[in-house]
Write a protein that binds this ligand. Sequence first.
Ligand code: IFM
Length: 433
Amino acid sequence: MAGMIDRRQALALGAAAIATPAVARGPRDPFLWGAATAGHQVEGNNINADIWLLEQMKPTLFAEPSGDACDSLHRWDEDVAIVEALGLTAYRFSVEWARIEPAEGQFSQAFLDHYARIVDRCRASGLAPVVTFNHFTTPRWFAARGGWEAPDAPMLFARYCDRVARAMAHGISHALTFNEPNLSIGGPWSRFQPSAKMRATTQAMIAAAAKASGSDRFSLLNGGDPTPMIPGVLRAHRLGRAAIKAVRGDLPVGLSLAISDDVSIGGDTLLAAKRRASYEPFFEAGRDDDFVGVQTYERTYLGADGPADAPKSTERRADGKPYEPGAIGGSVRYAHKATGKPILVTENGIDASDDRDRARFIPDAVAAVEAARRDGVPVLGYIHWSLLDNFEWFSGYKPRYGLVAVDRATFKRTVKPSAHVFGAIARAGGTKR
Ligand code: IFM
């Protein structure tokens, strides 16, 4: 889970051109230009989810509760309309397991219909719906029975995938079983290690959630050492994919991984170790997938003795953070080289309260992807994170990743200039750099 405190802190916590057959896209370029959201971060009142409960605990690591979020549960049509009006060609969103199966074995037809309507609305607007089946949150009952460590967890996830696929696979363009299940594995290679206080708060928060659920356990994939949960997640991906494919064999399925552009500055030992742990097991689990979803926000410098700061020569933003839009080019190239598969950039973005930073970032990042394409990497599309300023997990509503601002009291959407920059690139079919 993870872009939670901010992305770096969350990391620390865990010490084709494939055709889109079902999407009527007319004469438009099949390269997808999209914007992304995730259910818990935008819908609001996701009260049956594990994270919702963790937000309410005392103590909690969450800066604030998600509450109404962007009220996209009710305003999703307006969100899709913005994507369409910008001239983009894809909308990535996630379906919330906690709404679809609020109690174990009890499925909500009403919520399956709800998400199917979003898929259909996208298609009617010529947008490719890229759908994530699990974007960090799980149902509270699932976490309280042991989460991904429970022996039958993969089967439960596959059963849910089957239900979702039967309700909407006909219209989905690309399906992602998981969002960044590898995120917290990157912890040991991150510059940002959790303080003892953070670790203690995490443990106390999880213990409080277990107690509130009448259980002796409560699982949080990105709340500590994820090692015991990973085998369950990998198996869940395989079974989930099989369940989706059983419903619609020609639907492209993959999973999205948090992949930083890892740069070795002192021998390759650390780089190799990071890749072995953070990416390779997921590439292996995705061996039969149709594509790899790549999500990149940073470059990681790995020295001989550990992770290092960005070199002094690195360009910096006004707030001192490295400005490295080219990182996505490196991670896209790596993921393709490691897997031989087509790549879909399922997330790339920048936390910028000054929208001019984003307006500058987008063309630079897209140009890095275009350069990789020119060098032969089959990239299916570029999906920007995020459509909306939204609930950024542990950090609450402070970070600003959105192309669109959302008024916290009225939920009014205001399209930012950077969104128009992105829309113009999409309509032109690229940066033409
Ligand atoms: O907000 C998150 C998203 O949920 C997963 N990827 C990173 C984003 C920014 O931190």
